[in-house]
Design a binder for this molecule. Structure first.
Ligand code: MN
Ligand code: MN
Length: 474
């Protein structure tokens, strides 16, 4: 029986904005859906540890849903796969061919993650051991990457053009790699350093072996033995590293966290979480007879400033829309520009949940709470909203309305306290086309670390939010 409220409490209930934890009053059916969705998400993570692997997983999953690659598509195909250099792309649902100038409901996420890349000339020998030199990618805390099992993923293009895909460190029978750290007994000088220099960039070297070729006492015999192994196994010579993209990521699978299994722990939630959920929402919304053109876009290089030809700060979105228009025989520049202008864009990226150990960086009224659902972020940036796209109140209102219609648990979220720091997303680069853009994504803990943490209830409500966006936005 509902509790009888006194008039003041009644008025409070009517007027106050209250955030509610998503696990409270959960229905049994939703509980099942929440845990089932995270199982699918973990599978996605395990097969998608680089941009290229992520694009391949996306294409594979989309084909199962009836999507056709643009190169093989004709006008009759309504579900398209667009891929650019294997590192960026889009899935498109064409539901309104009458007026392509009305644009698309676009959801965009980035598929690159902070990690450690091999240098182009990486292999060397020191103190009777062999190592790979690296250059880290994106905003990592370098000290988090030492003394843990690491895997090698990537591609090597041989001189003859042959593409060699490499994954070492994921199977139980595989070896792994690691970066060593100094023993505490002798770390007096190291411990006096600041965390930024505790481990220097040039110290992030990967241990890869120590046996000399044929057990002979030769100069560079260990390096030779490693190269001989790589040549025998893959046909790789030392010069081939120059035309390679090899990435070091934490070895192993995404895992449940907690006795109640309420979290997913993994490298790369930022931003494969929004990548997967945006794609899944697109697949599932198809059943609901939507009459608008929908798109899920996958960007590269967000973590280093959205640069490059797969980054949001390129003309990729123009190329995507243009390629769709071309399929339908329309090469009108005016149509392209109008279609972009009339599109609406969810810049789907993670946000920082409040960590009780580091509460002082947040302003609790406006920071994201773990378990309280998907974040809607009107602006990002730092130091007086610097570098942010600020969504218009009207667009926020439309989304608020859409989310509430479908009982999405959502929360307005600001990254940290004013003047504490901040960050940017792809939002500003899409806003350049005149379209409405807002940031929207899952709150996580330990962002940019080798093991990021996301709540399964927040994952679920992010998915529901993306569906509501496709469903109700005009
Ligand atoms: Mn991100
Ligand atoms: Mn990031």
């Amino acid at each position: 029986m509902a509790k009888k409220l006194n008039p003041i409490d009644k008025l409070k209930e009517k007027l106050f904005y209250v955030k509610k934890n998503g696990w409270i009053d959960l229905k049994a059916k939703e509980e099942k859906e929440i845990f089932a969705l995270s199982e699918e998400y973990k599978k996605f993570l395990n097969s998608s540890k680089t941009e290229r692997e992520t694009m391949r997983t996306i294409i594979k999953m989309a084909k199962k849903q009836g999507y056709v690659e643009l190169e093989k598509a004709s006008k009759k195909h309504k579900k398209l796969i667009l891929s650019y250099d294997g590192i960026a792309g889009a899935l498109v649902n064409l539901n309104d061919l009458k007026d392509l100038k009305n644009g698309f409901l676009m959801n965009g996420a980035h598929i690159d993650v902070p990690r450690i890349d091999l240098k182009q000339n990486p292999l060397y020998e020191a103190e009777d051991m062999a190592y790979f030199k690296t250059h880290y990618y994106g905003g990592i805390k370098k000290y988090q990457w030492v003394t843990r099992p690491l895997a090698l993923h990537g591609v090597v293009i041989l001189e003859n053009g042959k593409e060699i895909d490499i994954v070492v460190g994921e199977k139980d029978s595989d070896p792994v790699f690691t970066i060593n750290d100094l023993l505490p007994h002798l770390a007096k000088d190291q411990m006096a350093k600041t965390p930024k220099t505790l481990i220097e960039g040039e110290q992030l070297n990967i241990l890869v072996g120590s046996i000399p070729y044929k057990f002979k006492d030769e100069k560079d015999g260990i390096k030779l033995n490693i190269l001989n192994y790589l040549f025998t196994e893959y046909g790789i010579k030392e010069e081939d590293f120059i035309s390679a993209e090899l990435q070091i990521v934490p070895a192993g699978k995404a895992r449940d966290i907690g006795f109640d299994r309420s979290f997913v722990g993994s490298h790369g939630h930022d931003d494969r979480i929004c990548t997967f959920l945006g794609m899944q929402a697109l697949f599932d919304i198809d059943q609901e007879k939507i009459k608008k053109n929908l798109m899920m876009v996958f960007f590269d290089k967000e973590e280093i400033g959205s640069v490059g030809n797969g980054g949001a700060n390129s003309n990729l979105i123009e190329r995507i829309v243009n390629d769709v228009l071309q399929l339908h025989g329309n090469s009108d520049y005016n149509l392209l520009i109008k279609s972009l202008e009339h599109s609406k864009f969810l810049s789907s990226d993670v946000n920082a949940g409040i960590d009780p150990e580091w509460k002082s960086v947040n302003e609790p009224m406006n920071a994201a709470k773990i378990g309280s659902g998907v974040c809607l972020t009107k602006f990002t940036g730092s130091g007086g909203k610097g570098g942010s796209n600020e969504a218009h109140a009207e667009f926020v209102a439309d989304l608020r309305n859409a989310f509430n219609k479908d009982s999405v648990r959502w929360q307005p979220s600001e990254l940290g306290k004013v003047d504490q720091g901040g960050g940017g997303t792809i939002a500003q680069f899409l806003a350049m086309y005149g379209m409405d853009v807002i940031d929207c994504g899952t709150p996580i803990l330990s962002m940019h670390s080798p093991f990021e943490v996301a709540s399964k209830v927040d994952i679920f409500h992010t998915y529901k939010a993306y569906k509501a966006f496709y469903k109700y936005l005009k």
